[in-house]
Design a protein around this ligand. Structure first.
Ligand code: GLN
Length: 484
């Protein structure tokens, strides 16, 4: 059961070969067995999960099931889920019980899916290795000495180790796609605004976007059918017509024009990763795709621009954690100011503090024009590069990450090196474009991802492009050894 697709699981439930309760139990047992080692979940609550599963079984018995009714899904601990501890990987929210559901959680609930638990993540989604989590790092199931990527590292390890059939993630600069590449599964960051951010704890609001993390493009399409949709509670939610993301999966790729940005194949790209990406391109040629060389001239500025804008927004978003309304409050203090300072000093980890300091600095009166305003201007240039590129091609392809999973501790002392993990993913967030990573092979036994970038709202085509490759190859079905 653990290797089945969401569609297969759904069919098994419909044919009553297995109940939702049994299915949830299978995964809960695996979590019990492997989570002490992998640390993919922060919160597991079998009672809550099984209550939902029983309700799903009743819906199935009554003949009212939809595609994901009864299927267990793991939720990144950034989504508020009513009655569930929602920590965002931080001491600040260690004991926070969400009083309401995020839009994403409510959508899965309405679809009858079962919440399998809350997954580990970098603190407030800041990181590329899951090492900034207050609840400890996550192990990469392909090599337990290595990181799973981040910030959605818990969801990533859970999908890779089959501790869930699929999971949700969020991606501000690469947090769905980079772990998908490092752990060998399929992850999609949708067009900004397609999935509501309501109830999703904010990091950098103009960049944050939720998306599916699953074994295949087909599974991601089924999850997108649940996740996408207009929500008036998020002022940046886009009123885009509902569509069926599975409807174009089997379209032939003949005539598809794919752009290869020369900046994504330049210095810094590991030679073995480049080989895997080249082989994937060769496969796409066999499938009928045509390739053109393109350029994204401002791509090299995306990391510096991001590390001005994201901390600026984070410093503002995180000002709400003041010990008054919710979350941690220091035990002893002299006056209000002392309470604020001690609470924030105790509640936030080092990386979060670094971002708050950078953010307040670039927004300060004397530096606003030099940093924040400049970064916003360059952000426009980056978006314009993509606009020009999509005049020459339908889809853009390249590596997701310059290298494979690194060892725990290898980059944690060097923030700039850590930030470079997202060198190929951040530009799409800055432009608001959708991006996806699919497994394309291995280098020294570690997974390598291929990135597929589409134009605004072109998720159905991207999933079609991913699915066609997954019909012709079996990289996405591989599972790490030692985790039976
Ligand atoms: N690694 C990037 C950061 O630390 C992106 C994180 C994310 O997408 N949430 O900001």
């Amino acid at each position: 059961m653990i290797n089945h697709s969401l569609k297969e699981l759904s069919q098994m439930l419909a044919k009553k070969e297995v109940s939702s309760v049994e299915m949830a139990q299978t995964f809960l047992e695996r979590i019990q067995k492997y989570n002490p080692q992998i640390n993919a979940y922060i919160t597991v609550d079998a009672d809550k999960t099984l209550t939902q599963a029983r309700a799903a079984d009743a819906v199935i018995a009554a003949g009212n099931a939809s595609a994901l009714t009864g299927v267990p899904i793991a939720q990144k601990d950034i989504f508020c889920a009513s009655g569930w501890k929602t920590t965002c990987g931080s001491k600040m929210l260690e004991n926070f019980i969400a009083p309401y559901d995020a839009h994403v959680i409510a959508q899965f609930d309405a679809a009858g899916a079962v919440n399998l638990g809350k997954t580990n993540m970098d603190e407030f989604a800041m990181g590329s290795s899951n090492e900034t989590s207050y609840f400890g790092g996550v192990k990469n199931p392909w090599d337990l000495e290595r990181v799973p990527g981040g910030s959605s590292g818990g969801s990533a390890a859970a999908v890779a180790a089959r501790l869930c059939p699929a999971a949700t993630g969020t991606d501000t600069g690469g947090s769905i796609r980079q772990p998908a590449s490092l752990c060998g599964f399929t992850g999609l960051k949708p067009t900004y605004g397609l999935v509501s951010r309501y109830g999703m704890i904010a990091f950098a609001s103009s960049l944050d976007q939720a998306g599916p993390m699953a074994k295949s493009a087909e599974d991601c399409a089924m999850m997108m059918n649940v996740m996408a949709g207009f929500d008036e509670r998020d002022s940046t939610s886009l009123n885009h017509p509902k569509q069926d993301y599975t409807s174009e999966l089997n379209k032939p790729l003949a005539g598809l024009k794919v752009g290869l940005p020369k900046e994504y194949f330049a210095e810094g790209l590991d030679a073995d990763v480049a080989k895997v990406v080249d082989a994937a391109i060769a496969e796409y040629k066999k499938l009928g795709a045509e390739f053109v060389d393109i350029s994204l001239p401002n791509a090299s500025l995306s990391i510096p621009v991001y590390y001005v804008l994201a901390p600026a927004e984070a410093s503002s978003n995180l000002s709400r954690y003041d010990g008054v309304r919710y979350g941690h409050r220091t035990a002893e203090y002299d006056d209000l100011m002392d309470m604020y300072m001690k609470t924030r000093a105790e509640g936030f980890g080092a990386e979060v503090k670094r971002r708050i300091l950078i953010g307040t600095y670039v927004l300060s009166a004397g530096y606003y024009d030099a940093y924040y305003l400049k970064a916003q201007q360059i952000r426009h240039l980056i978006a314009d590069d993509f606009k020009a590129a999509f005049k020459q091609c339908d889809i853009i392809m390249g590596p997701t990450v310059p290298s494979t999973a690194f060892k725990t501790g290898e980059k944690s002392g060097n923030p700039v090196e850590m930030y470079l993990q997202d060198i190929y993913t951040i530009a799409t967030n800055l432009a608001g474009l959708p991006g996806m990573s699919i497994p394309a092979g291995f280098s020294h036994g570690l997974p390598v991802g291929l990135q597929i970038i589409g134009n605004y709202f072109d998720e159905a085509r991207m999933l079609n492009v991913g699915h066609a490759y997954q019909q012709a190859t079996d990289w996405h079905t591989q599972m790490p050894e030692g985790i039976e």
